[in-house]
Ligand binder design. Structure first.
Ligand code: SF4
Length: 307
């Protein structure tokens, strides 16, 4: 690991359980009994392992590492998610949660510990969300509901950063979302191209660029105290092999190959060994936190639009 200025961000897929059923969802681990967060001792071992790695490799002056608790839908399990957040915070991590927003109120009791909350929002249309599978027994999450939950979250923790993720797919590629994303107070908007997975074929270049043409609107995010770039774009190639992800059972994994590549469990395998086992790509990882991948994709979109 060479870079010491950007934070080491690790996505902990704490559970595969979700109340939505999105097409193309890659959270398909089925053995919920083996989820590491069922055992507080396993949670401590995994977090201790990462904290030791961070201290040994980056030193005390490096940017803090960040544990992003993701799923499935981790906010369905309020006691477990709170324990993970408190433990990571106690070990010096910044803690963030990525949620589909449906049970965001379950993170309110420990919201003061969080530096960021990410909400995955692929549409504000009830019909589109039904088509995508972003619903629980026909109930979808509308703009007013998520706006109200985020306002309540900010009332508890005024410093919390709000991030919105949108996966561009066959059902939403022609929609305009960015004005509402901005109105939610998001300081970061990440636009991801759906990765073909199982029966889901993803989107064509033209569909992806249509979404970018309509929604790549940095001007809607301008404010005096915010960073200059708010919108980050990830095409499929930028997403492959560029995340540090922990599966629910505590193994590090990577998505760069046809099938996931797994390490041995982090409860018993040093983090640096696990990174080698999955073939972690450092340059790609840190590019996600700069403008490199976004600039390249926007340049391609402009060339395609001019042709
Ligand atoms: S909300 Fe996320 S975890 Fe749940 S089904 Fe959709 S993509 Fe999968």
């Amino acid at each position: 690991m060479k870079n010491t200025t950007l934070p080491l961000v690790i996505n902990f897929h704490a559970t595969a359980v979700c109340n939505f059923g999105c097409q193309g969802c890659y959270s398909k681990w089925h053995n919920h009994q083996s989820e590491a967060w069922n055992s507080p001792s396993n949670v401590r071992k995994v977090i201790e392992n990462i904290a030791r790695f961070h201290r040994d490799h980056f030193g005390e002056s490096a940017a803090p590492w960040r544990l992003s608790i993701v799923g499935g839908e981790p906010a369905l399990f309020k006691d477990k998610i709170q324990f993970v957040a408190q433990t990571a915070h106690a070990y010096g991590a910044e803690v963030s949660v990525i949620s589909n927003g449906s049970h965001l109120e379950n993170i309110f009791p420990f919201a003061r510990l969080l530096s960021q909350v990410g909400v995955s929002l692929d549409s504000f249309s009830h019909e589109t969300n039904l088509k995508i599978g972003r619903h629980c027994h026909g109930k979808t999450l509308g703009y007013e509901e998520i706006a109200s939950k985020l306002a309540a979250l900010r009332a508890i923790n005024p410093k919390i950063r709000i991030k919105v993720n949108t996966v561009v797919n066959q059902n939403n590629y022609s929609e305009f979302l960015v004005d509402k994303v901005s109105a939610l107070g998001a300081s970061k908007y990440k636009i991801l191209r759906q990765v073909p997975f199982g029966c889901c074929k993803g989107v064509t270049d033209e569909q992806f660029y249509t979404f970018l043409r309509n929604n790549y609107r940095e001007d809607l995010f301008v404010s005096s105290d915010a960073p200059s770039r708010h919108i980050f774009v990830e095409d499929n190639s930028a997403m492959m092999g560029s995340y540090l992800m922990i599966a629910p059972d505590g193994r590090l994994f990577q998505n760069g190959q046809a099938e996931y590549r797994y390490s041995h469990p982090l409860m018993s395998t040093p983090f640096e060994v696990a990174m080698k086992e999955v073939g972690f790509a450092e340059d790609k990882f840190f590019n996600r936190y700069t403008s490199v991948a976004t600039d390249a994709t926007i340049a391609k979109m402009k060339i395609a639009s001019a042709a």
